[in-house]
Ligand binder design. Structure first.
Ligand code: NAD
Ligand SMILES: O=CCC[C@H](NC(=O)CCC(=O)O)C(=O)O
Length: 489
């Protein structure tokens, strides 16, 4: 039995369901262990609760120095961590290395954001001083997705610890090894016992953690389906803070731009990076009807068909790795078939060259003729093209989704961008830039089915602490003028 959980500063074996993670291309077992039971979740909550006051009472500078030591540990282990991310998710090594860099950069950005958004302010107010300070919520749970198993949980854990919370980390069951290595970096950094606890496990562990009455908040990155479920579970609990970062059905509108190749390159970076497994990936490409649109699509198909797809460590490096699992590959192939059966036209067929490897080649379907197009996030390298008659129709089509994470416009017209910015509904609205690759130095979150108005990245500080406004004066004195109707004599 493997010691898969980290509770109160000790590694111990899970007593729940056994599970393993696999290399999605070779199917080699990378990690095997048991998940946490509800009783083990409870003991981790107790450990976090015990550790909380000591951690919260450390000075900000003391907490920052532990975070900086964590950045140092990430750098010391950068190669091993990048390899582990590549192996477990299937993303190419060059891309896994950028994920580790994002994890390191998160420390300085979170410190800057904490000081700017949740720091301390004071000024005179009448005969007192008005002071604004922030306090941590207490014990918070962090749920991570598989597509950025290091960077995205890190985007909750770092600001949560910085604010003085203690944390229960429940990673995706598809990427336990990356989570374990990350926690080892925190141990190397000297984080006190109980301040960060690792609860490996699948859905059952997640359900037990979300339902545990001892948590003060839950920070979630994952699918809209799970996020919605958590939102319902937290209904009627205004005392608990819930931050939801969820998926999108993101539109990218293309206007008749002068530089066709720049448009094609930007579309590819938007739709196919990470094998289409980024929440910000373009899912719907809106292309003008007519000859210019036909030429753009022909070029897009030609270039996309040359994209290198391969194992994470293949040399020369591929642009796209695999999707996360054979199950995910099958679901995407089925979704393509379903769209084709409902009137979609293949421009470039998404294929799975080897049945036992989760490698998919990029796919592009024209779905203009599909009636009642499903408003679903297809989390993989399958781009849906919709042809539009005029710009108003393109904007209407872009907004025809319950989601609202990212939307983009490729256009040489500033006036059109202004109209697009005003009329589109999303948390990220880009002009002539790829939809993916959002900056950690900006807020990151969506509206509609993509989030619950608690943006992450630069604004994560906001949900990691609550403001306390104080009116303060060192001595208690009677005011010069008393309110009418009160006699002190
Ligand atoms: N907006 C963002 O910042 C962002 C970033 C990355 C990924 N995503 C989204 O994440 C999704 C891919 O990630 P995923 O498939 O790992 O998401 P998921 O929803 O399947 O899982 C996320 C986490 O929730 C847990 N979980 C699942 N069901 C649960 C339940 N009923 N109760 C409690 N916990 C439960 C999982 O074990 C995992 O830890 C995509 O939809 C993608 O768009 C969003
Ligand atoms: O898959 C979803 C995240 C995609 C990624 N976004 C970020 O990294 C946001 C910045 C942060 O959280 O620090 C992207 O846009 O590529």
């Amino acid at each position: 039995m493997m010691n898969s959980l980290y509770i109160a500063g000790e590694w111990l074996a899970g007593q729940g369901e056994a599970f393993q993670s696999l290399n999605p291309v070779t199917q080699q077992v990378l990690w095997a262990g048991e998940g946490a039971t509800a009783a083990q979740v409870e003991s981790a909550v107790q450990a976090a609760r015990q550790a909380f006051p000591g951690w919260a009472r450390r000075t900000l500078e003391e907490r920052i120095s532990v975070l900086e030591a964590f950045a140092g540990a990430l750098k010391n282990n950068a190669d091993e961590l990048a390899r582990c991310i590549g192996e477990e998710t299937g993303k190419p090594l060059w891309e896994a290395a950028t994920e580790v860099t994002s994890m390191v950069n998160k420390i300085a950005i979170s410190v800057q954001s904490y000081r700017e958004r949740t720091g301390e302010k004071s000024g005179p107010l009448g005969d007192a001083t008005a002071v604004l300070r922030h306090k941590p919520h207490g014990v918070v749970a962090v749920f991570g997705p598989y597509n950025f198993p290091g960077h995205l949980p890190n985007g909750h854990i770092v600001p949560a610890l910085l604010a003085g919370n203690s944390v229960l980390f429940k990673p995706s069951e598809l990427t336990p090894k990356v989570a374990e290595l990350t926690v080892k970096c925190w141990i190397e950094a000297g984080l006190p016992a109980g301040v960060l606890n690792l609860l490996q496990g699948a859905r059952e562990t997640g359900i037990a953690l979300a339902a545990n009455p001892g948590i003060d908040g839950l920070f979630f990155t994952g699918s809209s389906r799970t996020g919605n479920h958590l939102h319902q579970q937290f209904a009627g609990r205004p005392d608990k803070i819930l931050a939801l970062e969820m998926g999108g059905n993101n539109p990218l509108v293309v206007d008749e731009v002068a530089d066709l190749d720049a448009a094609v390159y930007t579309i590819i970076q938007s739709a196919f990076i990470s094998a289409g497994q980024r929440c910000t990936c373009a899912r719907r490409l809106l292309v003008p009807q007519g000859a210019w649109g036909d030429t753009l699509l022909a070029r897009l198909v030609a270039v996309s068909s040359t994209i290198e797809v391969g194992a994470f460590d293949q040399q020369p490096a591929p642009f796209m790795g695999s999707v996360i699992s054979l199950g995910a590959a099958k679901a995407l192939m089925d979704a393509q078939e379903h769209l084709l059966a409902n009137g979609a036209v293949t421009l470039l067929e998404m294929t799975q060259p080897q049945a036992q490897a989760a490698l998919l080649t990029p796919g592009i379907l024209d779905v203009t003729a599909v009636a009642d197009r499903p408003d679903e996030e297809l989390f993989g390298p399958l781009l849906q093209v919709i042809r539009y008659a005029d710009f108003e129709a393109a904007i209407a089509e872009a907004n025809d989704t319950d989601y609202g994470l990212a939307a983009g416009l490729l256009s040489d017209s500033e006036a059109r961008y202004q109209q697009f910015w005003l009329e589109s509904r999303a948390g990220i609205v880009n002009w002539n830039k790829q939809l993916t690759g959002a900056a950690s130095s900006a807020p990151f979150g969506g509206v509609g089915a993509s989030g619950n108005h608690r943006a992450s990245a630069y604004y994560a500080a906001d949900y990691c602490a609550y403001p306390v406004a104080s009116l303060e004066t060192p001595s208690l004195t009677l005011p010069a003028a008393l309110t009418p109707g009160v006699k002190m004599a």
